[in-house]
Design a binder for this molecule. Structure first.
Ligand SMILES: Cc1cc2nc3c(=O)[nH]c(=O)nc-3n(C[C@H](O)[C@H](O)[C@H](O)COP(=O)(O)O)c2cc1C
Length: 306
């Protein structure tokens, strides 16, 4: 798709052709969709969450369809950072768009080590920290649930990573605005939200939980109104640019997040249904700008806030 200057942005240092990001975990390392999709349709691609060591993920079944949604319990299956450096990094230039590395860890040290490695990887334009991971040192409760822990974690990563730093928030934290402020104090440049919402499905025939992991993360249109609300709340709590996500499948969906205060939007689950979703949303945004006689989409950021 040709570049439209009305959609281009510099997101805290990430130079993007348009405000659409492929959401982490739904786009592999960017190459899985190559036979069908031009990766330059995206403003940026967030890679599958990476850990220091390879992870096999959760036992199957790991996916369940739900009304207007998807429940997943992949369990951060990934080949580990060494494989990424050897096998994926040399190919990233082929994508032709900025790449965001998404990292996960079981301790502050693990996140810091990953971020220090990525600081030396020029092919990666930004790092996104997934804070919805069990903190092994604190008995397995998620890092993202406690603002003080979030500030410490983000601060530790900030000290070793010089590029744009994104912190990915989840609603698992009772008070997402407090966690957002903690991430801002820790030195985040951008916040992304929301991660999946915890849910479960029971198979009435076997009378057992359907997923091997028992619970999973809900994504897709089912979570969209909750995600729009979260963006609205966080936009009122911090002054950082936001990446909004949760159930976006059309230009109208993306516009809701932008009007609530998101500077960019990410699309995850919808890729499984419409691989050309980025191109379609961009065209829809262009049509909206034409109809409204607007010069640049950024005029719409937070416009619903009055
Ligand atoms: C199969 C699957 C795997 C995911 N893996 C990750 C991941 O590794 N790291 C992460 O931060 N988010 C991950 N997510 C969450 C998405 O990036 C996104 O926050 C969430 O799905 C909401 O957006 P959506 O409704 O457009 O999918 C994953 C989501 C799905 C559906």
């Amino acid at each position: 798709m040709e570049t439209d200057p009305r959609l281009a942005l510099d997101l805290a240092g990430i130079k993007m052709r348009n405000p659409l990001i492929a959401a982490s975990g739904c786009y592999g390392f960017g190459f899985d969709y190559l036979p069908w999709v031009d990766p330059r349709d995206w403003g940026a691609i967030a890679l599958k969450g990476m850990t220091l060591k390879p992870r096999a993920g959760n036992p199957p079944p790991r996916l369940a369809e739900t009304p207007s949604g998807l429940l997943n319990a992949i369990g951060l299956q990934n080949p580990g950072i060494d494989y990424f450096l050897e096998a994926i990094r040399p190919r990233l230039g082929e994508l032709g768009c900025p790449v965001i590395a998404n990292i996960a860890g079981e301790s502050v040290e693990e996140y810091r080590e990953l971020a220090a490695i990525l600081d030396r990887v020029a092919e990666v334009s930004a790092v996104e920290i997934n804070i919805s991971c069990p903190n092994v040192r604190r008995g397995g409760i998620s890092f993202g649930q406690d603002p003080a822990t979030v500030e410490k974690l983000v601060g530790a990563v900030r000290r070793v990573y010089r590029g744009p730093l994104i912190v990915k928030l989840s609603l698992e934290a009772g008070d997402i605005a407090a966690v957002a402020r903690a991430a801002e104090s820790g030195g985040a440049d951008i916040l992304s939200l929301i991660n999946t919402l915890k849910g479960m499905v029971i198979d009435v025939h076997s009378r057992r939980p359907l997923l091997g992991n028992i619970t999973g993360g809900l994504s897709g249109p089912a979570i969209r109104p909750v995600a729009v609300r979260a963006v609205w709340e966080v936009a009122g709590a911090v002054s950082l640019p936001l990446i909004g996500m949760g159930g976006i499948a059309s230009a109208e969906d993306a516009l809701q997040f932008i009007l609530a205060g998101a500077a960019a939007v990410a699309v995850g689950t919808a890729n499984f249904v419409h691989p050309h979703v980025a191109r379609e949303i961009c065209r829809g945004l262009q049509r909206y700008l034409d109809e409204q006689g607007m010069g640049h989409y950024s005029e719409l950021i937070g416009a619903a806030r009055g």
